[in-house]
Design a protein around this ligand. Structure first.
Ligand SMILES: [Zn+2]
Length: 133
């Protein structure tokens, strides 16, 4: 990937995973550049289709562009960091991410955003005084 594009994505995200909002500074692993619409589906390597993602979110998202809303079993597209506002779709309940829309609930499920290990990691940084946003 072009270094200029990668740097622009990293600067824009300000060190925060654009899916789970985890800060890279508290991660042992460097965050990756995610194709929001995977190359497998024709997604371009452009700023409009790239997001900064932690390894956990990136691994669970894979090439998925949709998931199942567990509240009713319907199919919903995944959260799109470039076109969707995180706060319009998700809320915090302590260290847990609560989906407010079908898109958010499908994303929480598909990306396993509330995996117990992820919640523990968020609790640890909250205890250190960091605010999740
Ligand atoms: Zn993440």
């Amino acid at each position: 990937m072009d270094k200029k594009i990668e740097l622009a994505v990293r600067r824009r995200a300000d060190g925060i995973c654009e899916y789970c909002r985890f800060p890279e500074v508290h991660s042992e692993l460097r965050f990756v550049i995610d194709h929001i619409v995977a190359r497998q589906h024709g997604g371009a390597t452009t700023l409009a289709n790239l997001a900064l993602a932690c390894g956990f979110c990136n691994r669970h998202k894979g090439p998925n562009v949709a998931g199942v809303d567990p509240s009713d079993g319907s199919l919903a597209r995944l959260f799109h960091p470039r076109t969707d506002d995180w706060r319009m779709h998700f809320q915090w309940d302590g260290a847990e991410i609560v989906g407010q829309t079908a898109i958010a609930r499908a994303t929480v499920r598909t990306l396993a955003l509330n995996d117990p290990m992820q919640i523990d990691a968020r609790r640890a940084i909250i205890l250190c005084g960091r605010t999740l946003y």
